[in-house]
Ligand binder design. Structure first.
Ligand code: UD1
Ligand code: CA
Length: 453
């Protein structure tokens, strides 16, 4: 039978105290709702419909190409009312699975378990046992099956002592659910249309309600405030790092690394503490990332070594490169094999061929650097005239002395040597020494300034 999914994401999330709608709050670098959508993709669902409301069009706009339907709940009158808004968007038969946009760590396996136990004509909810059930809907069972969910505000003191709670995940036949939703009232402590009230209707209609327990609290935790968001972030990071360790990646401390996107690693990769990976990052075999690095949308070739304190974004390296400490690779940086980029070097939109070295205090922008080039300390490509950017090219085997300004557009020939301190504005021929310096003078009779009174 067909499966449809409804994700409730219209709530305000007032406790986040943020301008950003709750389901757009980031978790591992992606909006919370993206994690729920990723989980649904692993299930074979016909329709997926997200109920949005608070935060308005910002929520659907953030998921333009997610291939899901959207239903607007303009007033947040409760979870039952929210599901009702989505029903016209859904297949009219088959089963419907209801998820919450603020429960982002759910795993598809758990949902498959829920689907597996539920026969046609039955329903199921996902529950969990917690130490402190305060604030959650309590599960009331009779003879093993669920007979009622009582919200905190409406519970008797006996019911409040129940430690099994409702996670919000529900599975039900679509036509039956539609019938029950039409009968929901809001005569309760919060004046809301509670989705959970359909349980009592199921019992009255002799429909069996399975209560399937989740294995752990983390997977079903609902996120309402920044503390819970941080807790979920750590839990998700632990899950991501665990996964990488089982693939053979080494971490100095699995709790001190952050992966905000997709990190793929070859064999024998080692990652030291406080490395942050954002977007799509791939690390080749034997890559080592020392402490305190930010690496975003970059590919590092095999055995590349990133020393401490580098900032690497939109860069590609070949094999056996050595970067940092304190280097910055900006978008469009391509290093071939065996390239060395040392401390306080910034490279932008430049290609550096095999075996070249830029070891200290340089800015290289819009450049094409050949093989085996040595760039001396403090050399700068002057790529910008205040209006336009220009290219610097340096031929294979060139040697650029320290403190050189290369005023682009400019060409340095193969094997050329540029004398230290030169400001080069014209092409420098190959295999020759070119320099540009005023003659050194010593001023006779010079006196230092006298101190003013
Ligand atoms: C709900 C459940 C409670 C469960 C808890 C788990 C009900 C009545 N209660 O309570 O049993 O233990 O979740 O976290 O269902 N939403 C809408 N529109 C609305 C109201 C809510 O889309 O009008 C969405 C929210 O964005 C959120 C979800 O539904 O994703 C849950 O809403 P929330 O107000 O957090 O429900 P709880 O009071 O926590
Ligand atoms: Ca909640």
């Amino acid at each position: 039978m067909g499966l449809s999914i409804i994700i409730l994401a219209a709530g305000q999330g007032m406790r986040m105290r943020s301008e950003l709608p709750k389901v757009l709050q980031p978790l591992a670098g992606r909006p919370m709702l993206a994690h729920v959508l990723a989980c649904t993709r692993a299930l074979d669902a016909g329709d997926v419909c997200v109920v949005y409301g608070h935060g308005g069009e910002a929520v659907p706009a953030a998921f333009n190409d997610a291939g899901v339907r959207w239903a607007l709940q303009s007033e947040q009158l409760g979870t039952g009312h929210a599901v009702q808004q989505a029903m016209p968007e859904m297949q009219q038969d088959g089963m419907v699975l209801i998820l919450f946009g603020d429960v982002p760590l759910l795993l598809p396996g758990t949902l498959q378990r829920l689907i597996g136990v539920t026969d046609a004509g039955e329903m199921a909810i996902l529950t969990v046992e917690v130490e402190d059930p305060t604030g959650y809907g309590r599960i009331v069972r009779d003879d093993g099956d669920v007979v009622k969910i009582v919200e905190e505000e409406d519970a008797t003191s006996e019911e409040r002592a129940i430690r099994e709670i409702n996670t919000g995940v529900m599975l039900c036949s679509a036509p039956t659910l539609k019938r029950w939703l039409d009968r929901l009232g809001n005569d309760n402590a919060q004046g809301e249309y509670y989705l959970t009230d359909v349980i009592a209707m199921a019992v009255a209609d002799d429909v069996r309600v399975h209560g399937v327990k989740a294995d752990n609290w983390v997977e079903v935790m609902g996120i309402n405030d920044k503390k819970q968001l941080a807790e979920a972030e750590r839990a998700l990071q632990a899950r991501l790092v665990d996964d990488l360790m089982s693939q053979g990646v080494g971490f100095a401390d699995p709790s001190r690394v952050d992966i905000r996107g997709n990190l793929t690693c070859g064999k024998d990769v080692f990652i030291d503490i406080n490395a942050v990976f954002e977007g799509d990052v791939s690390l080749g075999d034997g890559v080592r990332v020392e402490s305190n690095n930010l690496i975003r949308d970059s590919q590092l070739g095999s055995r590349t070594l990133v020393h401490s304190n580098c900032h690497i974004e939109g860069a590609t390296t070949g094999d056996n490169c050595e970067i940092g400490p304190f280097a910055r690779l900006r978008p469009g940086t391509t290093l071939a094999d065996d390239v060395k980029v040392g401390n306080f070097v910034e490279i932008k939109k430049s290609e550096v061929a095999d075996g070249s070295k830029i070891n200290h205090l340089s800015y290289i922008g819009d450049s094409k650097i050949g093989k085996g080039v040595n760039i001396g300390a403090g050399t700068i490509t002057c790529n910008y005239d205040g209006t336009n950017k220009y290219i610097t090219t340096i031929g294979d085997g060139a040697f650029i002395g320290s403190g050189v300004n290369l005023v682009a557009p400019v060409d340095i020939g193969r094997g050329a040597t540029i004398g230290a301190g030169s400001t080069i504005t014209k092409a420098a021929p190959k295999d020759k020494l070119t320099l540009e310096r005023s003659e050194q003078v010593t001023v006779e009779g010079w006196k230092g300034p006298a101190k003013n009174n």
